[in-house]
Design a binder for this molecule. Structure first.
Ligand SMILES: Nc1nc2c(ncn2[C@@H]2O[C@H](COP(=O)(O)OP(=O)(O)O)[C@@H](O)[C@H]2O)c(=O)[nH]1
Ligand SMILES: [Mg+2]
Ligand SMILES: [Zn+2]
Length: 285
């Protein structure tokens, strides 16, 4: 139902509002996550009068004033992809939003893979990203997520089928979000209706998203890419050349850090891969 917006007040009451006047006056469309002023008329109909300036806004999903992005990557089913996780991280960094990494479905990993995932977790933590291994089948692991949600507006993102909706349901028994899109998502048209809403969970608000499997860096400049890898951003001060892209340049602190194992080799490989993608990107006018 377009043209109507559910506005929640601090006491939890929800008012259905129209936004007409706002479009004209401010030339902006209300987004999920907006803070608004609204008025109720005699017949209890609401009208949004004003939208507060936004701290930030995401296009996919369309949500404003986000404190945190929860990126979910499954350990299995679908198979773990550090490349895809790094893609999500770069796009979140580029939006200047803090990420929280969840590696999901850890009940599916074999004993001999356990150490690998513990190492991955430590690696990301070392970079500065909080990282939690979770499973919907192990409720204790989900409890570790709650403190990160409290008092914040978060979006939960990640490939479809990684367990995003299941995690939210697991955090709050009263939520009955539809899950199990894995087979359906192979069919086309599944993601054409993208309804986004904020769900109250663990004392915070989370926007669940349908998930998507690819992510292109359509806006990113190659000079900025290194800024979106915190470990590269930090070490690049020691590169010999200003504007070093950490690729062919000599005396590059990043390449040295990879040799010294201070920077994870896969992370650096993914940096180079994204750099190449940006260089090959067709100019858009
Ligand atoms: N074994 C296992 N299966 C899970 C887990 N979490 C979710 N699933 C299953 O994975 C499928 C996709 O979950 P869903 O929450 O819909 O993923 P979403 O697309 O990211 O929201 C469903 O069949 C879930 O039952 C988990 O921790 N362990
Ligand atoms: Mg889902
Ligand atoms: Zn360099």
């Amino acid at each position: 139902m377009s043209g109507f917006y559910n506005v929640e007040t601090s006491d939890g009451t929800i008012y259905e509002c129209r936004g007409r006047g706002v479009f004209r006056k401010q030339k902006i469309t209300p987004l999920v996550g907006d803070f608004v002023k609204f008025k109720i008329d005699a017949r209890n109909k609401g009208y949004i009068k004003e939208i507060a300036p936004r701290k930030n806004e995401l296009i996919r999903p369309p949500v404003a004033n986000i404190d945190q992005a929860i990126i979910v990557a499954s350990a299995a089913e679908p198979i773990f992809s550090q490349l895809l996780l790094d893609r999500f991280l770069v796009s979140i960094e580029a939006s200047h939003i803090k990420p929280l990494i969840l590696i999901s479905k850890i009940d599916l990993i074999h004993a001999n893979e356990r150490e690998q995932f513990l190492n991955i977790k430590e690696m990301y933590k070392h970079i500065g990203y909080p990282t939690i291994l979770v499973s919907m089948k192990q409720p204790k692991t989900l409890l570790k997520i709650s403190p990160f949600l409290h008092g914040k507006t978060s979006v939960i993102a990640g490939q479809s089928g990684v367990g995003k909706s299941s995690i939210l349901n697991g955090l709050d028994d009263s939520l009955l979000i539809e899950t199990g899109e894995i087979s359906k998502s192979l069919g086309r048209g599944k993601h054409t209706t993208r309804h986004v809403e904020l769900i109250n969970v663990s004392g915070g608000r989370v926007a669940d998203t349908p998930g998507f499997s690819s992510l292109e860096f359509t806006e990113l400049e190659k000079e900025a890419l290194g800024d979106y890898f915190p470990e590269i951003r930090q070490a690049s001060a020691h590169c010999r050349f200003r504007g070093c892209l950490h690729d062919q340049e000599p005396h590059c602190a990043i390449k040295q850090a990879v040799v010294n194992r201070d920077i994870n080799e896969q992370r650096y490989d993914h940096y180079l891969k994204f750099l190449d993608e940006i260089k090959r990107r067709k100019p858009r006018y």
